[in-house]
Design a protein around this ligand. Structure first.
Ligand SMILES: [Zn+2]
Length: 390
């Protein structure tokens, strides 16, 4: 009688401390490294680490493969209460390869929501967050290791040129705008067709899934370094139906950042950044039915207000990550406040532009008709300025 009991007590005495030691060992590397920029493997390693330690709060999903066969990962974060089908804030980073602070900010957000969960539990009570920290890993690796200023994918184009600008490759208004969008050697190249790039299709498919299940509330795309909050449309000057809501949120984000660090964040519709042009992810997300859709152009300035744009010195990473989190937290807080579960998500049809739109009949137009429409509008809206939006 005593022998089995003693054995159990003995085993518990041994196993418990072992489990505790393992947990402590795992948690010892929970802290995100903020003294240097991680490469692709480093980002994946950190995600795996968190998913092992906090399996109830973070689930990783392989959502696609890049042109160079790197895994595209989506981190799905919840509070672990087991409630399914919550509304979702969907955030991506590094659509533009050279914007090195954006994956940092995405990972830091994941860290805040998963590891520092208690302080941020309000952001996860009725919402999940789906975060893609590296939406363009091929381009990011090329930027980190070969040519820092690289912005695009690494898909070969006709001739000797490489890469498509993912933030010009989405379907809505694709190809509308300035001539460089059609130049396979330009960093604004919109691709050979809408969604020619697997990375853009992957982001699109995440959006579609979230809208089909009526879960998507806010799409937030991280960029640097214009210190701006940008809302749709980019391809059309018609104000979106809920522009006031977008402006209110943008103002809240800007105020929170200004109060915290003194950095001034501009608030503006996409057309005021670099003129009207098509193919952006925020326009597509809004068109597909996300009631809120933003680009957050984070700061690249150091503490002395020297602007390093895409490549702040590593000594500034921690400070800029904190500042970005202040903004991202503000976006989340306001989106949750505006769209509680009791408020229905409006149907996407209501958000379609009503005038001056190249794609008013997007769903109905046959391929030939759409192509003609795009062609006509391309010339109609042909402008000679050099597009500057990042
Ligand atoms: Zn950008």
């Amino acid at each position: 009688m005593w022998r089995p009991l003693s054995a159990i007590v003995f085993l518990v005495a041994i196993v418990n401390p072992l489990a505790e030691t393992r947990r402590l060992r795992l948690r010892s590397s929970d802290t995100l490294q903020l003294d240097d920029y991680l490469d692709y493997d480093g980002v994946m390693l950190y995600l795996d680490q968190l998913a092992r330690t906090y399996p109830d709060r973070i689930t990783l999903k392989d959502v696609g493969r890049t042109y160079q066969n790197r895994a595209l990962k989506l981190a799905m974060i919840s509070n672990g209460d087991g409630r399914l089908g919550k509304r979702v804030i969907f955030m991506d980073a590094a659509l533009h390869a050279r914007e090195w602070m954006t994956p940092v900010a995405a990972l830091y957000t994941i860290y805040k929501l998963v590891v520092e969960f208690k302080e941020n539990a309000d952001l996860l009570a009725d919402f999940d967050w789906h975060i893609m920290p590296l939406a363009n890993p091929d381009g990011y690796e090329y930027s980190r290791k070969t040519n820092a200023r690289w912005r695009n994918t690494r898909t070969p184009n006709v001739g000797d040129c490489m890469g498509t600008n993912l933030n010009r490759n989405f379907e809505l208004g694709w190809g509308i705008g300035f001539p460089e969008l059609k130049d396979p050697c330009d960093e604004n190249y919109a691709g050979s067709a809408p969604f020619s790039e697997v990375e853009a299709r992957t982001v699109r498919d995440i959006m579609h899934t979230l809208m089909k299940t009526q879960r998507g509330v806010m799409y937030l795309s991280l960029h640097t370094s214009l210190r701006s909050v940008i809302y749709p449309w980019v391809y059309d000057s018609t104000p979106v139906q809920n522009q006031e809501e977008h402006i209110e949120i943008a103002k809240f984000v800007a105020d929170q950042i200004f109060q915290s660090t003194g950095t001034v964040i501009k608030k503006l519709p996409g057309t005021q950044v670099g003129g009207e042009f098509g193919g952006t992810s925020i326009d597509y997300a809004f068109y597909m039915g996300f009631p809120l859709s933003f680009t957050f152009e984070m700061s690249g300035m150091d503490h002395n207000h020297v602007d390093y744009r895409f490549f702040p010195p590593t000594s500034e990473i921690r400070r800029l990550a904190d500042e970005s989190w202040t903004g991202i937290r503000a976006f989340g807080k306001k989106a949750i406040e505006k769209y509680p579960p009791s408020r229905a998500i409006p149907q996407s049809e209501k958000h379609r532009p009503t005038k001056n739109s190249a794609t008013r009949n997007w769903d109905l137009a046959p391929v030939v008709g759409t192509t003609t429409l795009l062609f006509v509008h391309f010339f109609k809206k042909f402008v000679s300025f050099k597009m500057c939006q990042n």
